[in-house]
Design a protein around this ligand. Structure first.
Ligand code: ARG
Length: 446
């Protein structure tokens, strides 16, 4: 019997169904159903015979899902209904008891919490690998000077190791963000029922223990309304994607003929369909291009949840595609970033030549005069004038400086001194970079 006298309109079904995207939740759905029916039997809510029949049906459904032979039907609205329908088909009346003391509202958020934990764990493992690659490439290019830029204008030279380690610390903060996501999913929502709790004496803590949750959520209304950990994961993903977009952009610049700092492995390059000479950094461009879609997913889910009255509303079904696409996109981007960096070649001469422009020592020259007693602002003015004379006269800044201030000032234009003078903690002097490498190595798993 059904409450309805008409079949669902086909367009409504097409709008309403989530099976196309939520079927990937099946391993979590099956695992939670196993834990749920074991608990029902342990509490005497269903018989042990029913429990065993249901567990058998779940095993069968799981192997069909695994093998891709699961017989989905057009009426299966989502993965939860499809699994229950199939278990009931396989086991008869026992299967009809699987949903005792449970609603799809607490079921779906439990699946999603499990998916989120799994994804956050996987991605933070991927980030740890990428971090190790960054560290290894930094170590291999310890004392290679490159220009550091502000406004994409040559600003002050740094070592390539130092520049690359900047990404190490970004990734380290990313990993911490994923750890926070895990903390946000540590309580089991299952047992909240539709929204009010259930009419059975369930043991939520037993289910939590079997599924690896540290505890249970304290409020059934909040349990089925909450999507915070999805927003948290989308936030963590957005920041990671944004970091990788900056790396992508630097790779695009550095591999250009104009910079010539870096060559990508052929395994990470593509050709042009018309220009035979081309070797394009498509993967790096996609690190740049994919990031906005990740944070757009985050913005979209904020929009879905914004002003949504408690508790469950079908709007919340929209959480999944945003989450899944963001997770898959960032996983690919992390793999690409690691693959490109690990196999790239850096060009010492080109980087060093770009970092030898005497103009890049302007701050050092000003500081030289400060150390002789001139106030910094005044020294800044003197150097600015020397720079203008150098530009107007087409003479190098080193020569203009030597002519006006003497040989001792001219000696500032030794490239290694600009780098090795940056001795402040966290600066680019080699001793400081070595300290940083130590700190970084200490964070890697043994
Ligand atoms: N497919 C739904 C979702 O993803 C499952 C929950 C449906 N609950 C309901 N009361 N219609 O949100």
């Amino acid at each position: 019997m059904s409450r309805f006298s008409l079949p669902q309109d086909a367009a409504f079904q097409a709008l309403n169904t989530s099976l196309g995207f939520d079927r990937r939740l099946w391993p979590f759905d099956v695992a939670q159903s196993r834990a749920h029916v074991r608990m029902l039997a342990a509490q005497g809510i269903i018989s042990e015979a029913d429990r065993d029949e249901i567990l058998g049906g779940l095993d069968q459904a799981a192997s069909e899902l695994e093998a891709g032979t699961f017989p989905f039907l057009p009426d299966d609205e989502d993965i939860h209904m499809a699994v229950e329908r199939r278990v009931t088909e396989l086991t008869g009346p026992a299967g009809g008891k699987i949903h005792t003391g449970r609603s799809r509202n607490d079921q779906v958020i439990t699946d999603l919490a499990m998916f989120t934990r799994d994804a956050a764990t996987r991605l933070s493992g991927d980030l740890e690998q990428l971090r190790a690659v960054v560290l290894q490439v930094a170590e291999a290019h310890l004392d290679w000077p490159i220009p550091g830029y502000t406004h994409l204008q040559r600003a002050q030279p740094v070592y390539l190791s130092h520049h690359l380690l900047a990404y190490f610390w970004m990734l380290t903060r990313d990993i911490e963000r994923f750890a926070a996501v895990l903390r946000a999913t540590s309580e089991l929502p299952l047992g909240a029922g539709a929204l009010a709790g259930v009419n059975f004496d369930t043991d939520r803590r037993m289910v939590a223990a079997e599924l690896g949750f540290a505890g249970v959520t304290p409020n059934s209304v909040d349990s089925v309304s909450n999507r915070d950990f999805v927003l948290d994961l989308l936030h963590a993903l957005s920041v990671t994607a944004t970091h990788l977009s900056r790396l992508g952009q630097e790779i695009v610049l550095w591999t250009s003929t104009e910079f010539g700092f870096m060559t990508l492995s052929d395994a990470w390059s593509s050709g042009s369909s018309i220009m035979p000479q081309k070797k394009n950094p498509d993967a790096a461009e996609l690190l740049r291009g994919k990031a906005p879609r990740v944070w757009a997913h985050q913005a979209a889910l904020h929009g879905v949840i914004h002003a949504l009255p408690l508790t469950y509303n079908k709007d919340l079904q929209e959480d999944k595609e945003h989450l899944f696409d963001a997770v898959d996109t960032v996983a690919l981007c992390i793999a690409a970033a690691g693959g490109m960096l690990e196999t790239a070649t850096f060009h010492r001469d080109a980087m060093s030549a770009a970092a030898s422009d005497p103009m890049i020592a302007a701050v050092d020259l000003a500081d030289f005069m400060v150390k002789r007693g001139m106030p910094f602002r005044e020294a800044h003015g003197v150097v600015a004038r020397l720079v203008r004379e150098s530009v107007d006269g087409g003479t190098s800044l080193a020569d203009v400086t030597t002519a006006e201030l003497g040989a001792e000032a001219g000696a500032i234009f030794e490239q290694s001194s600009w780098l090795e003078s940056k001795v402040s903690e966290g600066g680019t002097a080699l001793a400081r970079v070595r300290e940083q490498l130590e700190q970084a190595r200490a964070l890697l798993p043994a």
